[in-house]
Every structure is written in C-alpha cells, then in structure tokens.
Write a new protein. Sequence first.
Length: 533
Amino acid sequence: MASRIDTQHQEMASKETMTLRVILTEADIRKVKLTSKPGSVEELISCLQNTLRLDYNFTLQFQDPEFDNELCNLTVLSELPQKPTVKIIPVIELVPLSSGEMETSSDMLSDTPSTADTVLTSELPQEKRMPWPDIFLTPKFSVDVEFRLRQANLIYLKDGTHLKVTKELKHDILQKLAETIYSCKAYPTTEDLRAVAKALVNTHPCLQEPGSPSGYCGWTNSLKDKMGNYRSKMRSLGHTDVMVNAGKRGRYSTSSDPPNKNIKKPRKGEVNYLPDLPDGQDASSLEMLRQQLVDEMKRKNPDAVFINQKMDMTLSLRRKDVVINKPPVSQILQRWPALFRESQVYQEFSRVVGKNLKQEFYGSLDRHCPQLIQIFRSKRGLAGQILSDLLQQAKTSDIADMRCVAMRGLPVLLGDDQTEFFKACFASDDGDSYQHVPVGILSLENEDVALQPLSLRLHPSSVGIILEGNVVMDNLDNIPQAMCLLFGLTYALHLDYPKCMGNTFLFIQQVLLGLGKKELKGKILAVTNQLTM
C-alpha cells in the first residue's frame, strides 16, 4: 500500500509545471515555463538547453532567499524556491595550444578581460552534425558562382535558355553541395540526393536539364559520385565515421566481409553516429576521462554536472566502443556505468540524435492517446478482448493510465508478440524467468498478486529494463517510462530492436519521434492512417 502511495506521489510530482526566471545575460532575461518539473539539476539543465535552444554547455546559479537573493551555485534541485530565478553560467572550453601558438596569441590574451561568471575547462566537445532538414535549402555558393548563376537565371526567365555548365562551374557547385550534405549525413540515401538536386534546380532554374523527366536526374547521379569522392577525402583526413568503412566497398576488401556488406552508417536517424575525437584530445586522454567517470560513479552522491560534462567529452570514445567493438552490455555497464542513469539515457539520446527524447516521446504519445484509445475500443476478436481487459483497468481521465494502456496496447494493435518482451515475476524470484530475454521490460509484483500470462497489469509494484538477461535499470515508476528509457538505450548502446516487438519500436521511431525513413510499411502505415482520420 505504501509503495502504491509513493508511486502516486511521484506521478503527481511529474505532472507539476515549473516556472522560472532565467538570466541569460544582463540584457536578456526570460520567463520559462516547463511542462513538467525536472527530477534533478542535470535534468533541469537539459530542459533549459532544449527550451532555450542553447548549443553550449553551462552550469546554473540561483538567487538564494536565505542570503538576500545573492547568487549561489545550484547543486540540489530542492534548494530552489517556489518561483526561482536562475542564471546561466556558460562553460568556456579551451583547446590546448602549442608553444608557437601560445607565443603568437599571448598579446591578444593579455588584453582580454576576464569574468567571474565564466567556468573554464581544458576540453572542447567535438563538432556535432545537424539533423537532415525536412526541406533542403540550397547553400550559398562562392561570390563568383552566385554571380554567374544569377545572370543565367535572368536569361532563363527571359527566354528559357539553359545555362551551359562548364566543368569548373559544376565542380564548384558539387563541392559546396557535398560539404553541406556531409554536415548532416556521410551516407545520404538516393532519396536525399534527389531532394538536394531538386532544391538546386528550383533555386537556380537555369541548371535544369533539358530532356530529363524531372530536370535533375543528372545532378542526382553527379551528387552520388561526388559524395563517394568526398567520403574518400574525409577518410584520408581521419574522420571516424567514414574511416570505419575503409575497404568494405571496394573490389579488394581489406576485411573478411564481402564488399558493400556490414557498412557502418546511421540507419535510425542518428546525427552523431561516429563523431571524431574532440580537438586537443586523443584516445589516451579520453580513456583517462572515462576512468574518472567510473571513479565518480562509485561515490555515494556523484556530481551530476561533472558526469554530464565528461560524458559529453567522451562521446567519440563511447560510440567507438558500442558501434565498432560491440561489447556485451555487461561490459558496457562496467566501462560506462553513468550511461545507465535515467538522466544520462536522455542526454545520450540528445548527443546522438539531437532530440529531447523525454519531451518528444511523452508529447507525441499524449497527442495520439485519445485516438489510440478509440481504435482499441473498436477492435474485435482476440486482440479486441486483450485490449478490452487493458481498458477496464484504466481511469479514462488519468493521463498516466492512458499512457500505460497505449504502450501495452500498441504491440497488440501492430501484431507484435509481447509475451517474450514483457515479463513478470515476484520481487523474491531469482531471475530464472528472464535470464534468456535479450531485450525486455520486467514487472515486479508483490507476493499477494496473481501473475497473468501476458503480465497485463497496468500498475506493477516496480518496473525494470532487461538487456541480455540482466536487469540494467530498476525501480522505474511505470511502463511508459521504461519503454521510453529502453528506446533511448537502443540508441545509446547501438542495439537492434527486439524482433518480437519490431513494429512497436519502429512506430515509436518513425511516428512518435519522426526519425529515420519517412516511408511507413504494413501495419504501422495502417495504424498511422487510422490516427489521422
């Protein structure tokens, strides 16, 4: 009974909104309202980073009423008053200079004023890729190229004369397009390249190809060849995301894999799939930072800000671990224990994908819940009976219940076999019931509860996440939270979706989060069409 009350209190707390006065600069002070109250300082920083679209690291100070509203460092969220004022303190990250560079810049540094509001560190996070845009915008070319295209466009609009593209001009255009494409994707799809070519001829109609059905088929083919050459150039410069595939595409493969097999590239919407090492860092220095993280996690109260900063810095080392080396989950847990904290699952998803997983997952789920419930009620047969049993446990006015029903009902609607994914056991059991489960969610029940064959209880006593037969996260509040975190872990650990729940995970990826391929197939398309009716 006590655990049930605690769970209700936690759910009520998660629904609380939070209003803050945020000082960015002395001339930029904003009112920010968060839809849910963060559970930690680290989570608050993440929420502000996404809400205010800040692309740099920072810490927080707050006006403390106990000291006449003087600023103090924020270390525990409970220190904040009811309507707090917080100040953004940017973390300025410096790159170590060689002795020659230090001598050259010493005069400039001596004239640079210092500020007490700046935190200095010796690291620089690696450059991040941008997500692929919904609508590709043609970049600006060099002044010379822009002038020639502008003149040619005027002639085309006047009498329909197409520009005769010289070899030099075509090279300059393709080079700039390749740079822009690579800033988003190292391995664009044919559909991506078509979108770029179409945007090019729409922006500069003089470049349309007479006789081509679309007017840009030749540009698409040229972009495909150019991207291959550009990747070779980036590989020679040491970029990890293309170096990892060296020898796999050519006729004389250097590995045991056949050419074009097992190419390591983003397949689920990742924007930082295999980032390069940060400037001023190497594998040895990052390994030292990793060990510092392990040591910090052994403390009774780990420093959340320290962990987040070092996890940011070591992303390239961690991605190499999980993507290239592919160790067992148990080994990743030993090497990167912070990765299995709830806040760091969300942060890692943001690092790899560039999206706020928690906000987008729950926001999209809440938008679709009413229509999903209507679809559940309309189903007949065995699926309809299972969904009806779920609905009977729910309180229609309770959003937490609706989320649980949606997460448990989606696999039924999409034809997935959730019996090998959702597992249930008593708290006193030794784990035999799930030791062979590769990926799953575990519901822990009290001894006085009769376990159902499909574990269809909406409110288990506790929820955990199973990976490779071991519980890697436990004491979670509910099934939607576990599903959200498990989805984040599939990206953080570079895991395949469980085959028995493939449609459900693809639905979360493509429909709820809008990641990866736009084309929907089979039952996912059918359910999506029902949601839009």
